[in-house]
Design a protein. Structure first.
Length: 95
């Protein structure tokens, strides 16, 4: 009988790009487009912006982006949002 071995693991550090969403405003829209251009986003349809807020179509489904949350672009050009408190406690900003 094969038994499963329990492994101790640490998640690999992978570089990513991040942008803090400041809420629905003309400046935030410009900043978001600049971020998407910088990261090479080819699927603008993944982002939905209304007068009520921003949402992203992620690998796990539709995700609302709260004001102050960070939008992350991963190494495979996937996007997701992270609450500000979680972002600040789990990500290191590279200078």
């Amino acid at each position: 009988m094969n038994s499963s071995k329990i492994l101790d693991v640490v998640k690999k550090p992978l570089p990513a790009k991040a942008f803090q969403w400041k809420g629905v405003s003309e400046q935030s829209k410009k900043d978001l487009l600049q971020f998407l251009n910088h990261t090479g986003c080819t699927d603008l349809y993944a982002f939905t912006l209304t007068e009520h807020g921003l949402s992203i179509e992620t690998l796990e489904g539709q995700m609302r982006v709260d004001t102050g949350a960070y939008i992350i672009c991963g190494n495979a050009n996937e996007y997701w949002a992270v609450r500000e408190d979680i972002f600040l406690s789990t990500y290191n900003i590279i200078e």
